[in-house]
Design a protein around this ligand. Structure first.
Ligand code: ZN
Length: 70
């Protein structure tokens, strides 16, 4: 088994993105979530895709905005 600079850490290849380790947020964002930014403060909010238009409440400033992630 080949050993590289990253050892003992699972790695995933999702699309063109290599995810090393258990960066779950990144994995989820690549698989079935998208990150959208709050229209007011820019806080990044992870939302599921394929749900049509979503009403998102920013967890930081409470702004409600709509997004349609695909
Ligand atoms: Zn906000």
């Amino acid at each position: 088994m080949m050993r590289r600079k990253v050892t003992g850490v699972p790695a995933f290849l999702i699309g063109d993105e290599m995810v090393v380790g258990l960066d779950q947020e990144k994995i989820l964002s690549l698989v079935d979530h998208r990150v959208v930014a709050c229209t007011q403060c820019g806080t990044k909010v992870r939302v599921p895709v394929n749900k049509g238009k979503l009403r998102i409440t920013c967890r930081k400033c409470g702004t409600v905005f709509e997004a349609e992630p695909k």
